[in-house]
Design a protein around this ligand. Structure first.
Ligand SMILES: [Mg+2]
Length: 340
C-alpha cells in the first residue's frame, strides 16, 4: 500500500519556501517487528474429572490447557481477557448442560467466534444436528479416541488461526502496521460506551503531521511512507497503558484513544508524543515550523454520555481542537475548552 497522495484536510498546508540548497533524502532505517507465535489455548469443559485428565494429558504437549468442571465455571473463565482458541465441551453436565453453555458462548460478542467441539456419549443424528445448529464446529463421541481428538483439534485450531489472521489483517493499516480507520470505527463507540457506563473520562487525540504534503512532494513518496511508519511507531511506543489505542486515521493523520484519562493526563501524553516525534529528527527542510518533522495534536477529554456515541462527538471535538492547533502555528497541542 502506497501513500500516493497526501490527503491533508488542512487547506493552508502549502509548502514553505524551499531553501536554496535542498538537502538529500534523509536515510531512514527500516525497523522490523518479529512475528510471535504463541501456543494455542484449549478450554476443556467436562463434569467427569477423569475425562478432563485423559484429554488434558493428550493435548498438553502441543497446547495450553484450561479446564472447567461445569458450565458456570466455564463461562466465568471465558470472562477473563485471555480467551481460548478452542473449546471442548461435554454435553451431559448437571445444572447447565453443554447445549446451554454453547448457546451463551455464541450469544456473547466477546466469545461467539471461539470454535466449540462437543464431546458426548450421545451420538444420534438429532443430537449432532442440535449441536451444529447451536454453532458447534464439530462433534466427538465418547469413549474418546485420542488420535481422533488430536486430528480434529488440530484442524479446527488451524482454521481458527487463519480466521484470526484475516480478522487482524482487515483491521491493520498496510503501510504503518498499526490499526486502521475501520478498527478505530469499531473501537471508539465501544470505548465511549465503556466510559459512559463506568463514569470515567475518555480522551481522544487527533494528530496530524505538519506540512506533510510538502515533505512528500520534495522527498518523494518512499521517504514519505517511511516517515509515516516511523511516526506511527513512535506514537505506539509512547502509549504505555494496555488499553491505549492508536490508529492511522488516513493520510498523515492519526487518532489516539486514552480510556479513563482526563485532560491533564491527555495533555501530558500529547506533549510526550510531540517530543517523541521531534526526537526522531527526520529532516524536513520544507517546513516553516521546525527543521524536522513535527506534529500537531487536538485533544478532547471528558465524561461522555450514552447519547453521544454514534457519531462519536468527542472525536469531532478533538478534530476541531486539531484545526486550532494548525491555525495557531502547528507543532503544538490544543485541548478543547469546556463548552467549545
Ligand atoms: Mg458429562
Amino acid at each position: 500500500m502506497k501513500n500516493t497522495k497526501s490527503s491533508s484536510r488542512f487547506a493552508d498546508d502549502a509548502p514553505a519556501d524551499p531553501p536554496a540548497d535542498p538537502p538529500a533524502d534523509p536515510p531512514l532505517p527500516a525497523p522490523t517487528a518479529p512475528i510471535q507465535r504463541q501456543r494455542a489455548r484449549i478450554l476443556i469443559v467436562d463434569d467427569t474429572p477423569v475425562n478432563i485428565q485423559i484429554l488434558a494429558q493428550a493435548l498438553t504437549k502441543e497446547y495450553d490447557i484450561a479446564v472447567a468442571t461445569g458450565g458456570a465455571a466455564a463461562l466465568e473463565l471465558l470472562r477473563q481477557p485471555d480467551k481460548p482458541d478452542l473449546i471442548l465441551l461435554d454435553i451431559m453436565m448437571p445444572e447447565m448442560d453443554g447445549h446451554e453453555v454453547c448457546r451463551r458462548i455464541k450469544k456473547d460478542p466477546a466469545t461467539w467466534d471461539i470454535p466449540i467441539i462437543f464431546l458426548t456419549a450421545k451420538g444420534t443424528v438429532e443430537d449432532q444436528q442440535t449441536g451444529f445448529n447451536l454453532g458447534a464446529v464439530d462433534y466427538i463421541t465418547k469413549p474418546i479416541e485420542i488420535p481422533v481428538v488430536l486430528a480434529r483439534v488440530s484442524v479446527h485450531i488451524r482454521l481458527k488461526r487463519k480466521s484470526d489472521q484475516l480478522e487482524k489483517l482487515a483491521m491493520l493499516d498496510g503501510l504503518t502496521d498499526i490499526a486502521n480507520r475501520r478498527a478505530l470505527d469499531e473501537m471508539l463507540p465501544r470505548e465511549c460506551l465503556r466510559a459512559a457506563r463506568d463514569g470515567v473520562p475518555l480522551a481522544v487525540l487527533m494528530i496530524d503531521i505538519d506540512h506533510f504534503k510538502s515533505f512528500n512532494d520534495h522527498y518523494g513518496h518512499g521517504v514519505g511512507d517511511e516517515c509515516l511508519r516511523r511516526v506511527a511507531q513512535s506514537i505506539e511506543a509512547v502509549l504505555q497503558r494496555p488499553g491505549d489505542f492508536v490508529a492511522r486515521y488516513g493520510g498523515e493523520e492519526f487518532c489516539v484513544i486514552l480510556p479513563n484519562c482526563d485532560s491533564a493526563g491527555a495533555l501530558q501524553v500529547a506533549e510526550n508524543l510531540r517530543s517523541a516525534v521531534a526526537a526522531l529528527d527526520i529532516p524536513h527542510a520544507y517546513s516553516n515550523v521546525a527543521r524536522q518533522v513535527t506534529i500537531s495534536i487536538g485533544i478532547s477529554a471528558r465524561q461522555v454520555t450514552g447519547q453521544e456515541i454514534c457519531p462519536p462527538v468527542i472525536q469531532q471535538e478533538a478534530d476541531a481542537a486539531l484545526y486550532r492547533a494548525k491555525s495557531e502555528g502547528r507543532n503544538r497541542v490544543v485541548v478543547r475548552e469546556e463548552g467549545a
